[in-house]
Design a protein around this ligand. Structure first.
Ligand code: ZN
Length: 376
């Protein structure tokens, strides 16, 4: 059975050689290694693991008599995660970077586990904590019974040493730092490296065929795993969240007020068609949305959700001075939040849609009014 190791890595490539050492001790070396990292992480991997002459990966293989052809691992296997424009991200600095990184984890977990005659080891020890969390989520969703999620525990005094990559053969003295950051010498034979196997629920087998045709984001897969007989969209204004099929999404007061307005509108519509897709009663054209009565309703909703006055809402682009332009920007933000929280399939049901073509575009919710409840 072919074995792939997928590892996340930040600026300390030690984690790769440490994981390899631990797997070697267990007689479970991988056939292929893929490292998911950032641009800076890739530079660190190239410099420390593969540099000619003193690359630590080559040293590890030489020390433990591992032929270079046994493991498919070279600089090409260090994969930087790229944004929409194909640029490698420098670091995981914000929510967007995190989502890009999560997507990369999903892609590689999906591909590596597509072959049922393979096993995939996921090492979540390297990089920022969020990177390990992303890989663990991907492993869980695409994981199968034969796959594993590992963490690596290195004896604390060796863990942060720049000189320590794995216990070398023969063991030798290296410089470590004590608690007061004073240097001292210690022999590497005292170093221990343990692989900790993390328990997880392997969900891939529970995903139906259609969902495995291509890679999906976690929220889409999670929603597909929930079966509910009569789903009800709850718009909980006092807790500022939406609930749908046992999942919750937190929304800002602005987005929540806008969504609640359209939910109320739909619920109040006398239209009899439960699957209505854009009738002029259920769906509003822009000039109607901007009528004073409706703007006042939106403002009232907002102020009930967020009683204290705030500058953002009062600003020209805020909810309290709604224009066609900021309506569209808020609508796309809202729909993006729905996508991120409930996945692509459910977002289709829940989104604030636009129907028809300019200049007669109408906006509203498609959801059956009986499936919507607003609570305070
Ligand atoms: Zn209608």
């Amino acid at each position: 059975m072919k074995r792939t190791l997928i590892s996340v890595c930040g600026l300390a490539p030690q984690v790769i050689t440490e994981t390899l050492y631990a797997l070697h001790q267990q007689g479970r070396l991988p056939d292929t290694i893929k490292v998911l990292t950032t641009r800076k992480g890739k530079e660190a991997c190239h410099a420390q693991l593969f540099s000619s002459g003193d690359g630590q990966y080559h040293k590890f293989c030489a020390d433990y008599a591992i032929e270079s052809t046994v493991i498919n691992f070279s600089p090409q296997n260090i994969i930087t995660v790229t944004d929409d424009r194909g640029r490698s991200i420098d670091d995981i600095a914000n929510e967007d970077d995190n989502r890009i990184f999560l997507r990369a984890c999903m892609i590689h977990a999906y591909e590596a586990s597509n072959n049922s005659e393979s096993e995939v080891f996921y090492s979540i020890a390297g990089g920022r904590k969020t990177m390990g969390a992303c890989l663990a989520a991907a492993a869980q969703l695409y994981g199968r019974p034969q796959d594993r999620i590992f963490h690596v525990l290195v004896s604390p005094e060796f863990e942060n040493s720049r000189e320590f990559y794995y216990p070398p053969l023969p063991p030798r003295e290296i410089t470590l730092l004590d608690e007061k950051r004073q240097p001292y010498r210690k022999n590497t034979r005292f170093a221990t490296i343990q692989l900790v196997t993390m328990p997880f629920v392997a969900l891939r087998d529970k995903l139906s065929g259609g969902l495995l045709q291509q890679v999906e984001m976690p929220e889409t897969l999670l929603m597909a795993l929930v079966e509910e007989e009569k789903p009800l969209l709850t718009i909980d204004l006092s807790h500022k969240k939406l609930r749908w099929k046992r999942r919750e999404a937190d929304l800002s007061p602005t987005l929540l007020a806008l969504y609640a307005f359209f939910a109320q509108w739909k619920k109040g519509s006398p239209c009899q068609d439960v699957a209505c897709r854009g009738c002029p009663i259920c769906f509003l054209e822009m000039p109607q949305i901007l009528e004073p009565d409706n703007l006042e309703q939106i403002a009232t909703l907002y102020q009930r959700i967020r009683p204290s006055c705030d500058a953002e809402a009062m600003s020209d682009t805020g909810i309290l001075s709604l224009s066609a332009e900021n309506f569209n920007s808020l609508r796309s933000k809202l729909n993006r939040r729905l996508l991120e929280n409930f996945g692509a399939v459910e977002k289709e049901y829940l989104e604030l849609t636009s129907q028809g073509i300019k200049p007669g575009v109408r906006y509203g919710l498609q959801l059956d009014p009986e499936k919507i409840q607003l609570i305070w």
